[in-house]
Design a protein around this ligand. Structure first.
Ligand code: FES
Length: 134
């Protein structure tokens, strides 16, 4: 698989790995096709993602994109984090092999799941806050 240097760097030296004990939110997502699984942990201060870590049992692209996603989101507002798209992660990495583009979706979904969990833990419907739909 032809990964560029930046992808290899994040794969070999992933940032923000591990778990947060008693996190404010946790999201677990999986890719049913390959069976890879990712967990994202967040702590929130005010309206900001103050801390974010991940555990990924998956391919090199899944690990590299998790690592980048945590970097892009740390210190950002909840809404900004929720709006992160897998395309933003791919752009930041300078591209992924076509066969690996789908792996970056896990990181986007994992962050969304962790944010939803954060609201649910407080008895708040995440849809109302994040989409203003109800
Ligand atoms: Fe499963 Fe990459 S092959 S996430």
């Amino acid at each position: 698989m032809d990964y560029n240097e930046k992808v290899m760097d994040h794969f070999l030296n992933p940032r923000n790995t591990g778990r947060i004990e008693n996190p404010d939110g946790v999201g677990e997502v999986g890719n049913p096709k390959c069976g890879d699984v990712m967990k994202i942990y967040i702590n929130v201060k005010g309206n900001t993602i103050s801390e974010i870590t991940f555990e990924t049992f998956g391919c090199a692209a899944a690990i590299a994109t998790s690592s980048v996603a945590t970097e892009l989101v740390e210190g950002k507002s909840i809404q900004q984090a929720f709006n992160l798209r897998n395309k933003d992660i791919i752009d930041y990495l300078g591209g992924l092999p076509v066969a690996k583009l789908h792996c970056s979706v896990l990181a986007e979904q994992g962050i969304k799941a962790a944010i939803s969990d954060f609201y649910k833990k407080q008895g708040i419907d995440p849809e109302v806050v994040l989409f203003n739909t109800k």
